[in-house]
Design a protein around this ligand. Sequence first.
Ligand code: F6P
Length: 544
Amino acid sequence: MTTQTPPLTARPAWRALEDHYQAIRDVHLRTLFAEDPGRGERLTAEAAGVFLDYSKNRVTDETIRLLVSLAEECGLRQRIDAMFSGEKINLTERRAVLHVALRAPKGQSILVDGEDVVPAVHDVLARMSAFCESVRGGARRGYTGRRIRNVVNVGIGGSDLGPVMAYEALKHYSDRSMTFRFVSNVDGTDFVEATRDLDPAETLFIISSKTFTTLETMTNARSAREWTLRALGDERAIAKHFIAVSTNAKEVTAFGIDTANMFGFWDWVGGRYSMDSAIGVSTLLAIGPEQFQRMLAGFHAVDEHFRTAPLARNLPVLLGLLAIWYNNFFGAQTIAVLPYDQYLKRFPAYLQQLTMESNGKHVTLDGTPVDYQTGPIYWGEPGTNGQHSFYQLIHQGTRLIPCDFIGFARSLNPLGSHHDLLVASLLAQTEALAFGKTAEEVKAEGTPDWLAPHRTFEGNRPTNTILAEQLTPETLGKLVALYEHSVFTQGAIWQIDSFDQWGVELGKELAGRIIPELTGTAEPSLAHDSSTNALIRRYRAMRG
Ligand code: F6P
């Protein structure tokens, strides 16, 4: 891949967007809505049962037209086709990027190096389903013959965030007679607290690691092994209480897990894109094969929409382009994702890895430093909790924070008027953010002059509203795919590799050097900078 010719910031559409930004930067959403009564109906798009209202953005039809031109000039359509056809678009790792194959229906064919990968995906799914049915149904039991009631997923990053997010999101559909826990941090507290009330005879550990070399996961896996052996006293118990999910059969065997108890996946599945692979086995155990299939169908519906819909009506493309608009033209640094559904409480954390590990890059595909901003910071909390904490800054602070509000028409737990209150809050927030409250309006309510500035809301804060009928496994799949492909869209325009993560390596490497300096008994000879050296000495002295 060569540098774009011309470079991104010299492209006609980019230049036109810069000029257009000058024309639009001071235009208020109040004006845009007043001048165009049909705006709220028109600036919307719908696909696969997901509705997107993007009318409360600081855009006009012209903005969307120019953003779409930018996407076309950057070859977004060709990049999408390249991904779906199994080209090795992860250039720095020379890998195809085929999470879409994980949810491709039987019969579809996707080739990598001339081999159709879809049958293998379905083989693993069938094995996972059979295994999960046998655990859920009680046929597969623990070493002492007791039923498996507890499942502990041990993994980190993509081998944890997808599983824990999906478990929390789909708890309503889960087998409530089973307990699910997720251990990720190398901090022993995570393991101890997750297992303290569990009976080892009834506990299954899923060691989830694409590489099976990750320090945190391997450390927790060894502790899990000791915890199990301490209670069950026999190495043969390991086969009954441990399964592995990995691409690395050699390391799985070296760890002591029989590959008969391993579920594999492939190097063309990135960690942060792996929740539909065998990494999702905890999800499958929780909700069962049928619901898992529904989740995959949801993903696939949005994959197909992304692959085929015109760019201007394409939900993930629109979300990605709007992110570019604020990030690169308005200079916004963050995007808040605010799900109005308690079950989605881990969704922002999941999105943080998806978006920031993917697009936190400083060079283009050919290694040229970028001269524009890339991945924005994604963050968020479920509504309404965030309203009583950080929304103040979004409403009246000095920064521009575009927000995605996510809501559902029907609650999974209807309770009095709770759901209407929840949705009223969502709608009220987007209205308040867009239109604000002028000083005149504030004063007309009797507010004294000195207080009016404090009570004035500037408004003009952009939001997307994403609505779906209900949080089902299918809807969850659609939502995740929406963001996956929005990330793809952004990365394609920035011409970066959204599928590698070299930025995590240096810290791992240095930790490898520091570990023996902390754990050795002899005073180490230290060759770090003066701060790190002094901190290591202080830690050793304090620890005693
Ligand atoms: O350190 C980052 C990372 O490589 C992520 O990309 C990945 O999801 C996570 O670590 C876990 O890796 P693994 O599944 O190989 O243990």
